[in-house]
Design a protein around this ligand. Structure first.
Ligand code: TPP
Ligand code: SF4
Length: 287
């Protein structure tokens, strides 16, 4: 078998043995290679957390930013160079908690980027406090009497906001998850893939067995263009559906809607600075 050009062969990966981030990393490496993406034109973006270390273990361009702040730089990168493939990989805390505001507005703006959320339903890096997706009743070192809030439902929120691609997967189902993420990357527009992931150190409730027993796959009867049907599936609670819930193929994307791309399609980073025009604007502003 030939070498996967996205694999940097890092020896020292800072995750606990058995962590669900490992299978997601394997899926991402295979997905990137099988889609025949070019590492030079691929950017992996994250915030802070265990999941957010992922871009450091992939041989492509990467940007590791502030906690909760992966989506704004990812959106900016795509706007500055629409030829890039931009993939965000971060945790549920990073994306739905600290980054919640950016999550809503990325859906609204609809840049052509993919967000792969490692959803272990806990804050892993900071040692097991509740995240927005932690199950009600779960006891943690901080929520000693159990979490009393209802968990945030990222799929229902994304469908309610009319996101262009919404899916959920289980990291332990390698082949199915890889196919879902491939479709998300190929989709034009903001694509969310919430990936269930085990945290063997701090989440003793949502184990591999728990995910197996509490999930099922959407079947072919599910119409991914039907937003109401997608929403109904997203709020199911007894068993959580997996697969592609909702997809809109022709929603305008952020970077293409910019006036500065209407006449000239060349990426911003390739354009030369019009110093004269800038000086004229500056002079007008200081008058
Ligand atoms: C603004 C800010 N708040 C809090 C922290 C501390 N912090 C770092 S990572 C993290 C939680 C990470 O959880 P999650 O995003 O779910 O990723 P995981 O580690 O579980 O993969 C927190 C609270 C921080 N670095 N910055
Ligand atoms: S604390 Fe949890 S999420 Fe973090 S590396 Fe360990 S098992 Fe993985």
């Amino acid at each position: 078998m030939s070498e996967n050009i996205f694999d940097p062969h890092v020896k020292d990966i800072a995750w606990c043995p058995g962590c669900g981030n490992f299978p997601i990393r394997k899926i991402m490496l295979e997905m990137l290679e099988e889609l025949e993406l070019d590492p030079v034109n691929t950017v992996m973006v994250s915030g802070i957390g265990q999941a957010a270390k992922s871009p450091q273990y992939i041989q492509a361009n990467y940007f590791n930013g502030l906690h909760g702040r992966a989506l704004p730089p990812a959106t900016a990168m795509k706007a500055a160079n629409p030829e890039l493939t931009v993939i965000v990989e971060s945790g549920d805390g990073d994306m739905y908690g600290e980054g919640g505001n950016h999550f809503l507005h990325a859906i609204r703006r609809n840049p052509d980027i993919t967000a792969v959320v490692h959803n272990n339903m806990i804050y892993g890096l900071t040692k097991g406090q509740a995240s927005p997706t932690t199950s009600k009743g779960m006891k943690t070192p901080v929520q000693i009497n159990g979490v009393f809030l209802e968990p945030f439902n990222p799929l229902a929120a994304a469908i309610a906001l009319d996101a262009s691609f919404v899916a959920r997967a289980n990291a332990l189902d390698q082949d199915k998850t890889k196919e879902i993420i491939k479709k998300a990357v190929q989709h034009k527009g903001f694509a969310l893939v919430d990936v269930f992931q085990i945290c063997v150190s701090f989440n003793k409730v949502n184990t591999a067995k728990w995910f197996k027993e509490h999930t099922y796959y959407l079947d072919e009867q599910h119409d991914t263009s039907d937003r109401s049907a997608a929403f109904s599936r997203a709020i199911e609670q007894d068993k959580l559906p997996l697969g592609i819930f909702y997809e809109q193929k022709n929603k305008p994307v952020f970077e293409e809607s910019f006036p500065l791309y209407q006449k000239d399609k060349s990426p911003l980073f390739q354009r030369t600075l019009n110093k004269e025009a800038l000086e004229k604007i500056a002079a007008e502003k200081t008058e």
